[in-house]
Each structure stands twice: as C-alpha cells, then as structure tokens.
Design a protein around this ligand. Structure first.
Ligand code: PLP
Length: 442
C-alpha cells in the first residue's frame, strides 16, 4: 500500500506534536507512525493516500456504531441547531439519565464526565469519600485510564506471591512518583483466594476493589461468573465499594452490559467509549446512596466545564436508543459468530497455533496460545503468546486492507473489534483476505 502522503504528514506533524500525533497510543507501531485519515464511513477507514481499510480497531471500542452512522449524524445536526454546548443540562440530559439507569441493572444514578479516565478518577474518589478509607485493590494487567490514582501494573509484571498478590505496585508511565502507588495493591484476577488474602491483610483500609469484568485490556479474558459473584459477596461483607470498569464492556453485551451479562451488580460502574459512539461522553453510575456522596449533595467533588455537553448527551442518547432495539445485539452476535468462527477455522486450516477469543463485538487474537476454555490467567497466556507472529499477521493484514492497531510489543494481544456497520459481506471479504495473510505466516 502506498503511504507516501502519510509519511509526509508525519514528518511535518512531528515538529508540532510529539510523535506526530495528538494521542500517544495513536501511533501504529507496525507502520512506525500514525495512520492519517481522510475520512471514515460505515466500517471503513480511508487514508490520506486513498487506501481503504476494513476497520477492526473501531476507535479503540468507541465506534461500535461504525463511522458516520446516519442516526448519530442526524442527532448531531439536531443538537447543532439548538446550541451544542450550553454548560447547562436539558431535558435530553434527564432523558439520557433515565434511559441509562433503566438499561444497566447496577446503576440508579449517574454523573457525566468526558472520558473514561475522568470517570474512574471520580469513581475511586467517591469510593474513598463514601467509605473514609484509602486503599484500592486492582487486578493484575487491568487498565483503568491514565491518572495517578490507578495507572499501575497494566504493562508491568513483577512476581506474584503465594497468596496471589503482586509484590510491587509499578506505575505504567514516567512522571508518577512511586509514593503515590502506596495505596494501590494489585492481585491476581479470577482468583478469589487472592482477594480473600488481600482483604485479610489490609482489613478495614480498603475503600474499593476495581476491575474490568472482562479484561479486554489484555486482549479478552472473561471473568469467571462464580468468581465475580464471590467478589461481590466479599465486598458486601467487608464494606468495600465494588467498581466495575465497563469502559470497554459497556453496551457490548445486550443493554445491561457486563453486569447484566453476568447478573452481578457492582456498587459503582464506569462507562465511556460505546455510550457515545465517539463523541466525548463518559459516566460514573451506581447505587443512589453512594452516588449522593457527590456534590452538591455530598462532599466528593466531580464537575467539569465540558461534562455532559448537549452534543454528547444527544448523540449518547441515540446510541442508547439503538442499543435498546432488539435487532442490535442479534446482529452483533451473528457477526461475532461469523468472524470469530471463521478466524478460528483459519488457525486450524493453516496449522498455526493460536485462537481468537471474543465476547460481544470485541475480541483478541492469541497467536501461540491454544486453550481458550480454561485459560483465564494472563500470566499463563504470556508464557506462549507469540509476539513475532502477531506482528507478522497485523503487518500482512494492513497490506490486505484490514486495519488492526498495534500499540507495541506487549506480551498479550491488543483488543480489536467490529461494529454494527460491518456486514456479513464485509466479514466474508475480511476472512478471504486473512486466509491470504495466514498463508504467509509459517
Ligand atoms: C477499561 C478502561 N478504563 C478506562 C479507560 C480510559 O478511558 P479514556 O481513554 O476514555 O480516558 C480505558 C481506555 O481504553 C479502558 O479501556
């Protein structure tokens, strides 16, 4: 594929933006630069060089509705005619809140923010304010946004002790003083003994347990249902606020999201990405009693100049409307079966070790890892995950007009996804192209 213009823009952009991008993760490490787009439509990205890609990144999960969906465009046009910002709430805001709380079982009240990072920051502060405790328990490999309260041990893997506690809390970015990690303890995910041991050890200090109910930030590790139920019980018994970070899971498993899918209600949850289809909207939601600790009712402050702009709320409402319609998840399941089944057939056909694991519209490709049924632990996967093969596949896919993002050489795959504008024909074309890529992998 020709990337001549892309390179020219990159050379120029590097002088004005670090790495030539306005977000660090935007650089596709296979290209060695960001992919600059001319436009995006449906399930396709169109680069500045005129290359067309079927999109399997889908805006890191935000573009569940595909690109430029006519219903989201119409919602935007409506709000633009009325005043797209305002810094006031409206009937749309109320409608959004009513709709969201009716869809997600563990959420009685919401507070809007702009991004998932702001939402987890507010949720953790709320848990501390509500309990009067300081300690936060997080899971090995889980990611909750880019802030000092919780940005630890997503990409660092120090040893785990006999109780399942990770021995060192390691920041995932430069510029975070070690001392700030003293109130964050990291334990093995899907391991109830590890949680019990941590609760025993830190007793009345723990304000919150935060987790991705499905660990998409290490590819796609499903939570074991029984484990999540036990986590719920342990938190209830010990006065700990259970936070499900549904920033990726949200709206991807029938309207109830992961908490509906598992039938386990957290005390608080955070949502972003797919609740806005790409427009900046995120939220903290949860039990009314805890949520009322937020200002102006309580002492914990969460506010923002651009929180819940009318543009975000109106488009977000249309996303919720779409996700409430019966066809929506039927279609996602049909597409998922065709794509994941088809890709797993390609692994077998070409005799390449690995598998695709997906839940709802988000998935990961585990080159080198063979045991999808029992493999619930990141560190076991890391032993066989084949980084070199993964890179080769993504490089080949890009050449064949399939866009997969590559953040860098992590010891686990990135999460990929599709949206509701991927047709069965797009999936069939993608599988044909992947077949050609698989031929080159051995
Ligand atoms: C589970 C999870 N939580 C929080 C965040 C942060 O969200 P944002 O990028 O909107 O700040 C992300 C982002 O990928 C995420 O995956």
């Amino acid at each position: 594929m020709n990337t001549e213009k892309n390179k020219l823009i990159w050379e120029d952009a590097k002088q004005y933006m670090p790495g030539g991008a306005c977000a660090g993760g935007r650089s596709n490490r296979i290209f060695g630069m960001p992919l600059y787009l001319d436009h995006a439509e449906g399930c396709k990205l169109y680069s500045v060089d005129g290359n067309e890609y079927i999109d399997y990144h889908c805006g890191a999960g935000a573009a569940l509705y595909g690109h430029n969906h006519p219903r989201l465009k119409a919602a935007l046009e409506e709000v633009i005619s009325k005043g797209f910002y305002m810094n006031h709430d409206s009937e749309w805001t109320l409608e959004f809140a009513k709709k969201f709380t009716s869809m997600v079982p563990g959420v009685e009240k919401i507070r809007l923010t702009n991004s998932g990072s702001e939402a987890t920051m507010a949720a953790l502060r709320l848990a501390r304010g509500y309990t009067g405790r300081k300690m936060i328990i997080k899971m090995d490999g889980h990611f909750h946004g880019m802030h000092e309260m919780i940005w630890y041990n997503h990409g660092a893997f120090p040893e785990v002790d006999a109780n399942g506690e990770v021995v060192k809390t390691v920041p995932d970015s430069g510029g975070i003083p070690d001392e700030l990690g003293q109130f964050v303890k990291v334990i093995r995910y899907n391991d109830i003994d590890a949680l019990n041991a941590a609760v025993e050890k830190y007793k009345d200090q723990i304000a919150a347990v935060i987790m991705e109910p499905i660990s998409f930030n290490c590819g796609c590790f499903a939570g074991i249902k029984e484990y999540l139920q036990q986590v719920r019980e342990v938190c209830t018994q010990n006065g700990i606020v259970l936070i499900f970070d549904e920033v990726i899971c949200g709206m991807r498993f029938r309207p109830g999201s992961a908490q509906g899918y598992y039938g386990v209600n957290p005390d608080l949850s955070t949502f972003a990405k797919a609740i806005g289809g790409g427009i900046p909207i995120a939220l903290v939601g949860g039990k009314a009693e805890i949520m009322d600790t937020f200002n102006p009712n309580g002492p914990v402050v969460c506010s923002g100049t651009t929180s819940g702009t009318q543009m975000a709320v109106r488009v977000g409402l249309e996303c919720l409307n779409m996700a409430s319609e019966p066809w929506f998840f039927d279609q996602i399941e049909k597409t998922a079966d065709a794509l994941y089944g088809g890709m797993n057939d390609l692994f077998k056909k070409h005799g390449i070790p690995g598998h695709v694991r997906g839940l709802g519209a988000r998935f990961a490709i585990y080159f080198g890892c063979e045991d999808p049924e029992t493999d619930f632990h990141l560190r076991e996967t890391m032993k066989t995950y084949d980084v070199a093969m993964s890179k080769k596949f993504i490089a080949g896919a890009l050449e064949h007009g399939l866009y997969f993002h590559y953040y860098g050489d992590a010891p686990y795959p990135a999460h990929c996804g599709f949206g509701i504008q991927h047709t069965m024909e797009d999936i069939a074309v993608s599988l044909e192209r992947m077949d050609d890529v698989f031929k080159t992998l051995k």
